[in-house]
Design a protein around this ligand. Structure first.
Ligand code: GDP
Ligand code: MG
Length: 164
């Protein structure tokens, strides 16, 4: 069967927007309210001569005791456990926050290949200086993308398929 690529990260970083940009027809709900994607959503994606199954997740709010947020964390953990490659999405507009570091710790424990993707880089000229901050997560080189403007997605996919 096809390799599985899961998009994880805290709510509102743009996971569903990235999923929709890559998945074509299949739509995952995008809302300004953090955490609207409660279920995992799947789509088949092809890039060059490779195919994989992409999984959107509701997001990880690392320390919340809220029942919905903890269910979302469980779903994300299941997605992490079943994934071959993880796209760890962060948000350049909000910058590096403590929740990102906690998600990074979860991902390190999973020992799966992780690509650190910095979203909302709608202008490389304007936001690249802020992208470098994400090196501090200690999880590798940050890849800048704009899911909304479809910037950097090809370079990101080139990195994804190297792991198959
Ligand atoms: P999720 O909770 O991680 O799935 O995030 P969503 O995909 O629902 O997006 C949360 C918000 O960020 C929405 O208002 C999106 O329109 C916005 N957003 C997503 N990607 C981008 C981007 O590349 N640039 C900008 N400026 N906004 C984005
Ligand atoms: Mg979502």
């Amino acid at each position: 069967s096809k390799p599985v690529v899961a998009i994880v990260g805290r709510p509102n970083v743009g996971k569903s927007t990235l999923f929709n940009a890559l998945a074509g027809g299949m739509i995952s709900i995008v809302k300004d309210t953090p955490g609207v994607t409660r279920d995992r959503i799947y789509a088949d994606v092809s890039w060059l001569d490779r195919e994989f199954t992409l999984v959107d997740t509701g997001g990880i709010e690392p320390e919340s005791k809220d029942i919905i947020l903890s269910q979302m964390r469980e779903q994300a953990q299941i997605a992490i456990d079943t994934a071959d490659v993880i796209l760890f999405l962060t948000d350049v507009r909000q910058g590096l926050v403590d929740a990102d570091s906690k998600v990074a710790d979860m991902l390190r424990r999973s020992a799966k290949p992780v690509l650190l993707v910095v979203n909302k880089v709608d202008s490389f000229e304007k936001y690249m200086p802020d992208v470098y901050e994400f090196y501090n997560l200690g999880i590798g080189e940050p890849l800048p993308v704009s899911s909304a403007s479809r910037l950097g997605l090809g370079d990101m996919l080139d990195e994804v398929i190297k792991y198959f």
